[in-house]
Design a protein around this ligand. Structure first.
Ligand SMILES: Cc1ncc(COP(=O)(O)O)c(C=O)c1O
Length: 383
């Protein structure tokens, strides 16, 4: 009989988090050392220098790999550092196909930084598989999708996108930040690489920046590790420890956030001032059933909705009392923001408009407060 793999919640609490061997401390210590004793030149006890590897970072990587069911994980200092590490696997002249509804910083990285090093990219609505396929060129080496997307919460068919990528000889990378491994495992669906901004649901408390690249491809993992050591975007041991602490409650947090987000999405749908609600749980039939198949028992803690224009969006955001007006998402406290004016301001207005991102859009990250209190706050702000 094959041994049953521990469930997701069990892995969140225990993977990479065995008690300290030496002292028995139930919470593993933070190893701050930047360099490690060698028993003779090159004779290491597992670690050499803090940029190359660190015991606390290794525990975090082990935990994240167990959650994503990946063979390898490389933990980074931010989601953008993780994203850049994947993009930097490419060569000048290579082409990337990018979801058009993508985190503004990812667009900016390609548009304003990596284009200077010869990378080319095309933005496309990746939830439209025919368009995704048509955007691929002979020099396409990477398809980069988010699912659900930021900020319009579109669901991309990951298995189909992987098929398209592989037919074109390209890799599929999925930024799975909005789902977190509690709700989605892209590698099991055929993706080659998963990226997280662990600043969000994984950390969960708005107090740590982090990122991760996960893969079961040995060659990709080796190149990402080499690149990280060469470039140096490593997280501090304390940040790794904070992430491990946050991850211990990931499953319960995301379950509760998903339940509250669904309740709020239904409430917003009935509100006369709300023109559209973007959330996989209330999406049109096709998108909702894809999300039900692809996501694991919830649609996530982020939703967005349209009010008439940027002026009205600013008014509503200013009137919120309990929900904090701030960028970021996935934390215990609810946060709201205007993508057009804040997180996605670096995407040119025309590109935003083409992707369907209106100036009146408000993105809401649902925290762990009582859902009635959150609805009460939205009610008075929309009044
Ligand atoms: C989907 C997504 N990917 C990547 C990032 C970048 O992560 P970080 O802010 O940790 O660099 C963000 C940040 O908001 C994001 O929302």
């Amino acid at each position: 009989m094959t041994e049953r793999q521990p469930g997701f919640a069990t892995r969140s609490v225990h993977a990479g988090q065995d008690p300290d061997l030496q002292t028995g401390a139930v919470v593993p210590p933070i190893h701050m050392a930047t360099t490690f004793l060698q028993d003779g030149v090159g004779n290491l006890r597992g670690f050499e220098y803090g940029r190359t590897g660190n015991p606390t970072r290794q525990r975090l990587a082990e935990c994240l790999a167990a959650l994503e069911e990946a063979r390898h994980c490389c933990a980074f200092s931010s989601g953008m550092a993780a994203t850049a590490a994947v993009m930097m696997l490419l060569e000048p002249g290579d082409h990337v196909v990018l979801t058009d509804d993508v985190y503004g910083g990812t667009y900016r990285l390609l548009d304003a930084v990596l284009s200077r090093f010869g990378l080319r990219f095309t933005s496309v609505d990746a939830s439209d598989l025919a368009a995704l396929n048509a955007a691929c060129e002979p020099s396409t080496k990477l398809l980069w999708v988010e699912s659900p997307t930021n900020p319009l919460l579109r669901v991309v068919d990951i298995a189909a996108a992987a098929h398209i990528a592989h037919e074109h000889g390209a890799l599929l990378a999925v930024d799975s930040t909005f789902a977190s491994p509690a709700l989605q495992r892209p590698l099991a669906l055929g993706a080659d690489i998963v990226v997280h901004s662990s600043t969000k649901f994984l950390g969960g408390h708005s107090d740590v920046l982090g990122g991760a690249v996960l893969t079961s491809d040995d060659s990709v993992a080796e190149r990402v590790r080499f690149q990280q050591n060469a470039v140096g975007a490593v997280p501090s041991p304390f940040d790794c420890w904070l992430l491990l602490r946050g991850i211990r409650t990931l499953e319960v947090r995301v379950r509760r956030q998903s339940e509250s987000a669904l309740t709020i999405a239904h409430w917003l749908l009935e509100h006369p001032l709300v023109q559209r609600v973007h959330y996989p749980g209330v999406a049109a039939d096709g998108a909702r059933s894809l999300a039900e198949r692809q996501m694991l028992g919830g649609f996530g803690g982020v939703l967005s909705f349209d009010v008439s224009d940027a002026h009205r969006a600013k008014e509503v955001l200013a009137k919120l009392r309990l929900i904090t007006l701030a960028e970021s998402l996935g934390a215990v406290e609810s946060l709201a923001e205007s993508p057009a004016l804040m997180t996605h301001a670096s995407v040119p207005e025309e590109v935003r408009r083409k992707a369907g991102l209106s100036n009146g859009l408000i993105r809401l990250s649902v925290g762990l407060e009582d859902v009635d209190d959150l609805i009460g706050d939205l009610d008075q702000a929309l009044d």
